[in-house]
Ligand binder design. Structure first.
Ligand code: ATP
Length: 325
């Protein structure tokens, strides 16, 4: 990548972030063009810390291309990249030893059992036979397939197949998981279960996870950091908490008597709008809280919530991908 480093070096005056050892993934001016015509990634500079990271973007935004570069499966056209402080372009085997990959599509051999398949993939990762078998059982237990592990994969549901893919990504005990559209093809309950599983892996197992999705609402629920790309370019990278700053609207919800409360607040000259079971009141100052609490107490209503509304991440991208959020 000498030539690429030279190119990135020429752009040093732009003060690109330093690729430090605490950084999980970092790219500098990363560009990938296919056949010199299609630009999948364009001058992408981003750095993320360990945690659960959502990589979001519409179909064709460049997510899969980025994942393949992070794994050292594809060479960038120019720019620099580091994963766990390793360079996947020069040291792909070292990266893949510490990174688990769950691809978007699958070609699972239907006649093999999940235990055989995951053990085999563990052996390919370099684990001795007995260790691979033990680790495969453990990984299949983590994803909830322990009881079914000796059944042929061909008879599995889509959700079970997705979990086999997740188990094989976990088998060699990686420090980072790269998950490409892990909820693809799942029904709403299956999506919820998969998201909960990913969240548990990221929080309880201490493994960092990069979840790639075109569904912003999904990754927003489980990630601490979001990286949004569009047309191969960085839209925004930030912690979810920073993207969901508080608004100047108070949300109040009572378990019963919503109409009475709305009327009482209006009588107090507060401008009230209703959104489902919630009443929204502009927050002028601390006195607004007191007026609402006073009205709730006066009507003797059971208060369910009273808090400052936060922006939803989706609002930040609403103009760009309305159909996907
Ligand atoms: N091997 C390839 N040859 C030519 N163009 C490609 C190739 N792979 C991807 N592309 C193009 O590069 C762009 C980015 O594709 P990529 O698969 O990285 O996006 P994505 O965000 O993962 O989308 P999706 O979720 O649909 O896979 C798209 O325009 C795609 O058509």
């Amino acid at each position: 990548m000498g030539q690429d480093q030279g190119r990135a070096g020429c752009q040093g005056e732009r003060r690109l972030p330093t690729l430090s050892s605490v950084t999980l993934i970092a790219t500098e001016s990363l560009t990938k063009t296919y056949g010199g015509r299609v630009t999948a990634l364009a001058d992408l500079t981003v750095a993320v810390e360990p945690g659960i990271i959502g990589l979001v973007g519409a179909n064709g935004a460049g997510k899969s291309t980025l994942i393949k570069i992070l794994l050292g499966l594809l060479a960038p056209t120019s720019g620099r990249v580091r994963v766990l402080d390793l360079d996947p372009t020069t040291d792909p085997a070292a990266v893949r030893a510490r990174v688990g990959y769950m691809p978007e599509h699958d070609a699972l051999p239907p006649d093999l059992s999940a235990a055989e398949l995951v053990t085999h993939l563990g052996r390919i990762s370099g684990l001795p036979r007995a260790v691979a078998r033990e680790r495969a059982s453990e990984a299949l237990r983590h994803v909830g397939l322990y009881e079914e592990r000796y059944r042929p994969v061909g008879g599995y549901s889509t959700g079970m197949k997705q979990r086999v893919k997740l188990a094989q990504a976990l088998v060699h005990d990686p420090d980072l998981l790269l998950l490409d559209e892990p909820t693809n093809g799942l029904d709403p309950a299956g999506r919820d279960a998969m998201l909960a599983l990913i969240h548990r892996i990221g929080t309880e197992f201490g493994i960092s996870v990069l979840v790639c999705s075109h569904l912003l609402g999904e990754v927003e629920r489980i990630c601490d950091t979001l990286v949004a790309i569009d047309g191969g370019r960085l839209l925004r990278a930030d912690r979810v908490s920073a993207m969901t700053s508080a608004t100047d609207v108070l949300a109040v919800e009572v378990s019963e008597g919503t109409e009475d409360l709305a009327a009482r607040l209006a009588a107090l000259d507060l401008s009230v709008t209703r959104e489902g079971r919630m009443l929204l009141v502009p927050l002028a100052d601390d006195a607004t809280y007191d007026l609402i609490l006073g009205a709730v107490a006066e009507l003797d209503l059971p208060l369910h919530r009273l808090d400052q509304r936060r922006h939803r991440v989706a609002e930040l991208f609403a103009t760009r991908e309305p159909s996907h959020v």
